[in-house]
Design a binder for this molecule. Structure first.
Ligand code: HEM
Length: 375
């Protein structure tokens, strides 16, 4: 059975080869007690160690008959299915409405601020932000849901779930051992992503380095998680010509090769001219998102497709739950998103409906709890 160690230098679920399923949840802390918060993080860590190893919450000890079972039970006969559980701390954990509930204000990272309003954003407050987040990924949806359910059960009385998102069909490869999957527009997604096998690139673009932020030394070896719930206008897309679809992305649909030629992993040639201008259109997604246009910014993308039923007009409520891990969200990701939200031709088919940013503490040593260096 596939199982990933919970302990390590970095939290699992970042460079771990992207699993097929996601259950993501954001929580608000309902208690003002620093002790309760720490106890929760301790209890979450113990439960995450057990569940990622395929064991029951509570260690399978004999259960009193007159109390609810410690583990909710639905994953009992399933293998761990590559479960990873990744924890994040939102800006509001450090200060909310001017109040420093947990004595953490001085340790808030400079880069951890609520994301700004980007052009064309249509955010739903009940799908955005949160004091804490948990990303559970697994190859079995029941295993991922079981993880979030049990962690939220443990948090009862200390946190309440603010919002959650289910995802399927990973939309990125995060390891060179994986084939590139496709998103709901039918295009390969993750071709030019950062990969686990590129440690120097990861140090430059994903992992927070010692000295990055003296007030937030507790975050060294961690990262930041950006989440964007992006609705896709599937029905409009499906009436768009293949020629138009490919020029919006800047790649061909079957192979994923840049329109400037070659195969999937050929670098795009942005200088190549056709009869009516550059072969890679100026407003194509790949051109605008490419590091060459963004001061060499690179992200580790790790998103999932979603469908949440249909809307009142009979259209699929579907899209991409975009997740990216970055070392410098405000100085690197925000400018890139600003350009894409403003200029990307693909935006005609997209609507950003949810948003959040969390600091992801470094990996956890045996016997420690997640984020321990912060307290
Ligand atoms: C590349 C689709 C949103 C950043 C791509 C590619 C596709 C794609 C098909 C080409 C294959 C690849 O290299 O992975 C989409 C769709 C989106 C979306 C359908 C929304 C529903 C975003 C957002 C960002 C982003 C919000 C970041 C702000 C990138 C980057 C690349 C990329 C950095 C690689 C560019 C390169 O270096 O060539 N995307 N994307 N994408 N996308 Fe997106």
């Amino acid at each position: 059975p596939l199982a990933y160690a919970f302990h390590g230098e970095h939290q699992a679920g970042i460079v771990t080869p992207a699993q097929d399923r996601l259950h993501f949840a954001a929580f608000d802390v309902t208690s003002d007690s620093r002790e309760s918060l720490i106890e929760l993080l301790e209890a979450w860590t113990v439960a995450a160690v057990a569940m990622t190893a395929g064991e029951l919450v509570g260690g399978g000890a004999p259960q009193p008959y007159d109390a609810p079972p410690q583990d909710t039970g639905e994953a009992q006969d399933l293998d761990p299915a590559g479960l990873t559980i990744t924890f994040g701390f939102g800006p509001t954990l450090f200060e909310k409405d001017g109040v420093d509930r947990f004595g953490l204000r001085d340790r808030q990272p400079e880069e951890l601020r609520r994301l700004p309003h980007f052009p064309a954003d249509n955010l739903d407050e009940v799908r955005s932000d949160g004091d804490l987040c948990i990303q559970a990924c697994a190859n079995d949806p029941q295993v991922a849901v079981h993880a979030i359910r049990n962690l939220s059960r443990i948090g009862f009385g200390t946190v309440s779930m603010r919002w959650a998102q289910l995802g399927f069909g990973r939309t990125s490869s995060t390891s060179t051992t994986q084939a590139t999957p496709r998103n709901l527009f039918g295009f390969k997604d993750g071709t030019a992503n950062l990969h686990a096998e590129e440690p120097e690139e990861l140090s430059d673009h994903v992992w927070v380095q010692p000295g990055d932020d003296p007030a937030a030394d507790w975050l060294a070896g961690g990262s930041y998680l950006v989440a964007r719930r992006i609705s896709m206008r599937i029905e409009t897309w499906d009436r768009t010509s293949l020629r138009e679809q490919e020029s919006l992305i800047g790649r061909d649909r079957v192979e994923g090769a840049p329109l400037s030629g070659g195969t999937e992993f050929t670098e795009p040639d942005f200088a190549l001219q056709g009869r009516s201008g550059p072969i890679m259109p100026m407003d194509s997604h790949v051109r605008l998102a490419h590091p060459a246009q963004n001061n060499n910014t690179k992200l580790l993308r790790r998103g999932y497709n979603f469908t949440d039923g249909a809307d009142a007009l009979g259209r699929l409520d579907a899209g991409l739950f975009f997740i990216a891990f970055v070392r410098e969200p405000l100085t690197r990701y925000v400018p890139m998103q600003t350009v894409l939200s403003r200029d990307d031709a693909l935006m005609e088919y997209l609507e950003h409906t949810g948003s959040g940013l969390w600091a992801v503490p470094p990996g956890i040593a045996q016997g420690h709890y997640v984020g321990q260096a912060l307290f």
